[in-house]
Write a protein that binds this ligand. Sequence first.
Ligand SMILES: [Zn+2]
Ligand SMILES: [Zn+2]
Length: 356
Amino acid sequence: MKYQSVNRWAFNLWGGALDVREDALAPVTGHEVTVRVSHCGMCHSDLHIRAGGFDMGGGKLSSLERSGVKLPVTMGHEIVGEVVDVGPDVTGIVLGARVVVYPWLGCGECAVCVTGNEHLCMKAARNLGIQLPGGYADAVRVPHERYLVPIGTLQAARAATFACAGITALSAIRKLPETTADDWVAVVGCGGVGMTGVALLSAMTQAKIVAIDPDAAKRDAALANGATLAFDPGVPDALKTISKACNGNIAAAIDFVGSETSSSLAVNLVRRTGHVVIVGLFGGEFKMPLPMFALKSITITGSYVGGLNDLRELVALAQRETLPEIPLDVRPLSTVNQALDDLTHGRVVGRVVLQP
Ligand SMILES: [Zn+2]
Ligand SMILES: [Zn+2]
């Protein structure tokens, strides 16, 4: 079925509620593809996107508006669906194919994009669900067939979460050094992405995992997903307690929160020569005594979502072996505002996936 128009859940005011609107859809041209959305995951970033920016610390906010994002915005960047219309130049993708959509589109031409890292484009990001209309809709228009990864027989709701939570976790894990069975890796924050991190770490590394989250239900889910230990960061003397439980041998920490307290905990938890990967976008400022860089010889790295190749590899990995599964909370798209509210208040375990 070709869509001449599409129903999109969009906000037309920064911080405002989402309303459904009907937009005309021009006929596909060139390499364009229309995908009928069957599932779209909800990401914590959606809260920042709706708010219009990120907390940069010191009372400063980044602004999507200043960076050129125009209202109305249709969010949703974890999209799975069926190819229903293809442009005349499309090859290798057939009508009816079930695909997960890579949403982190760049200009395709700058020095970073040509290395395959379109998600880090230096020029003109064209992310689905931010600059371009995303998956909180009946259908989504994708500019080129190369952004589609067929999912075969994978469960659609799960494959949807690969496009952000999955590749964000995978690309952060890829930045860790080799670990042994005696090493520990700390996962700070066990929301949708952190939980995916726990699941992938247990499938991809030998190291033991210590999960850190204030929410007991999330800690339980992390233990079920392959973590050996789980702690509330609010316990008295958290740093000492967690370090001791891990024999003082935390080789790496991934901070899936990205707040001042979580990054400080992550940096202090790792042993000498430890690696810290900062992924979360909660916001704030990072402070650390400068001598500690040298004295501990630590490495601190940032990691933002992941590349198209990460998505292809994650789909292949999931087809090859059974990965531990993060909890999914599948809901109708018409309840998107309630779902955003639940996510705001930490009432979601695992990932919300919306269905039009
Ligand atoms: Zn996301
Ligand atoms: Zn670029």
